[in-house]
Design a protein around this ligand. Structure first.
Ligand SMILES: Nc1ncnc2c1ncn2[C@@H]1O[C@H](COP(=O)(O)OP(=O)(O)OP(=O)(O)O)[C@@H](O)[C@H]1O
Length: 455
């Protein structure tokens, strides 16, 4: 394989023939027996496409840029080669995985532990919003793998005595395009300065930056690009729709859709923390089990919301883009883009929260009079024209009165909650909506909305 000149021109991985790919096992890829057994125990009967492509090259010691659709097993594609290498040359503080969100860091650590349980792999999750002292203690035990969000890792690198990553062998940037984005620029550059130049680097995402400069910042060496599709693709089993509606009727259409698709699990994306709060309250006032997840909530409440949704105790998760990347919740049936994403790549990640690992799913994007251009950009990016989600407008309009009433209560609750917070001077960062703020809900007649036509 010819060596590329720089990080901007990675070698393309050879595409395996389809029949060959179908018959490959983890063992064929070079994964050691004990890890093959771990895959088996997780029910991973055969490797996914990205795993087929990336694992052998990673085991050969190549740097990798891995690009594959959402829910296609990218975590396994980098975790297995790292665990394999760890078994060959056991060492503490062996690998670092950088992720953009805290929830994703916990999820990746669970996957490392599930795959590495029989070899006794130890991980530490280093993320913001959580007691720093317990993290320092975890780092003092020198885990094999550290999974971190960049900011908190810097804190520990600068302030935790005895902790450094000078012996690190592997660096992973998961959701790499996001990690290499401006928001994390300073932190990532600081981290790159204090880890060895002589290491393996893996970049993985469902969308990748084309900017050579950004890729160069990751300081890859002779990287090979493993892309299972040439264009940004959304998953085949995902049915994607849009509805075009006047902005003022968004709430009513949302309630209509939740009634129409009752019995499903929903992730609803809003553009601001405040809107997730407001919409969660509105829906609760109408009897839906809705719970918010956003960056202004305390970390314990963020995890609490996520766990309730994961455990199916709540059927609707209202989230900002903090939940758009990486989260693997198999039972999500429907993704609603209540507010259209402003960055079209976020669309791919958001709708990728459903139809994961071969399952099917639906997505519905609300397009108002203000969103036409953004929507066209999304269609252009995914290379598809989306169909309209069918709605009965007369039935939608019949909901208006109750939705208007619920909106009024939601506004009151938001105000009350804001005032209470001011009085009690709660932690300024903890601006979440508690589930206790449901007092007004019962004042809306009827509790859970009944479908009008018993369909
Ligand atoms: N070989 C396999 N066979 C069956 N299931 C698998 C396999 N590899 C991974 N999975 C499962 O597929 C699901 C999705 O994997 P993962 O979260 O790694 O996707 P991803 O490609 O990182 O998605 P995203 O782009 O959204 O982050 C997980 O539940 C994981 O356990």
């Amino acid at each position: 394989m010819a060596a590329p000149e720089d990080a901007g021109s990675p070698t393309e991985a050879p595409q395996p023939a389809v029949e060959e790919e179908e018959t490959k096992t983890f063992k064929d890829l070079g994964v050691t027996d004990v890890l093959c057994e771990a895959c088996d125990q997780l029910g991973w009967t055969k490797p996914t496409k990205i795993q087929v492509e990336a694992i052998p090259l990673a085991l050969q010691g190549r740097d990798i840029i891995g690009l594959a659709e959402t829910g296609s097993g990218k975590t396994g594609a980098f975790a297995l080669p790292i665990l394999n290498a760890l078994l060959e040359t056991p060492q503490r503080l062996f690998a670092l995985v950088l992720t953009p969100t805290r929830e994703l860091a916990f999820q990746i650590s669970e996957q490392f532990e599930a795959l590495g349980s029989s070899i006794g792999v130890q991980t530490a999750v280093i993320v913001g919003g959580i007691d720093s002292m317990s993290q320092s203690l975890a780092l003092a035990k020198k885990p094999h793998v550290v999974i971190a969000t960049p900011g908190r890792l810097i804190d520990h690198l600068e302030n935790t005595k005895g902790f450094n990553l000078r012996a690190l062998k592997y660096l992973v940037m998961d959701e790499a395009d996001r990690i290499l984005n401006m928001d994390f620029e300073t932190e990532v550059d600081k981290i790159l300065k204090v880890i060895p130049r002589d290491r393996k680097t893996f970049l993985f995402s469902a969308t990748m930056t084309k900017k050579v400069q950004k890729l160069q910042r990751a300081a890859l060496k002779d990287p090979v690009k493993c892309a299972v599709s040439s264009k940004y693709q959304t998953v085949e089993k995902l049915q994607q729709y849009y509805i075009f509606i006047p902005s003022k009727f968004k709430d009513t259409y949302l309630v209509y859709i939740l009634n129409e698709l009752a019995g499903n699990s929903f992730m609803i994306f809003c553009s601001t923390c405040n809107n997730t709060q407001r919409t969660a309250l509105l829906l609760r006032n109408l009897g839906f089990t809705a719970i918010p997840l956003h960056g202004q909530m305390s970390q314990s409440k963020r995890l609490g919301s996520l766990n309730k949704f994961k455990a199916k105790a709540r059927s609707i998760l209202l989230a900002t883009d903090v939940a758009s990347r990486g989260l693997d919740i198999p039972h999500v049936d429907v993704v609603v883009n209540f507010d259209i994403p402003t960055h079209s790549k976020d669309y791919i990640h958001r709708v990728g929260r459903t139809a994961r690992a071969g399952r099917s799913g639906k997505s519905i994007t609300f397009v108002t009079q203000y969103d036409v251009e953004l929507f066209q950009r999304i269609e252009h990016l995914i290379g598809k024209k989306l169909p309209v989600f069918p709605t009965q407008d007369d039935e939608v309009m019949m909901l208006t009165e109750r939705v208007t009433e619920a909106q009024r209560f939601a506004r009151m609750e938001l105000r009350e909650h804001g005032e209470k917070k001011k009085r009690t001077r709660e932690d300024a960062g903890d601006n979440d909506d508690t589930e206790g703020a449901m007092g007004v809900r019962n004042k809306v007649a009827g509790g859970k909305m009944k479908k009008r036509k018993g369909r």
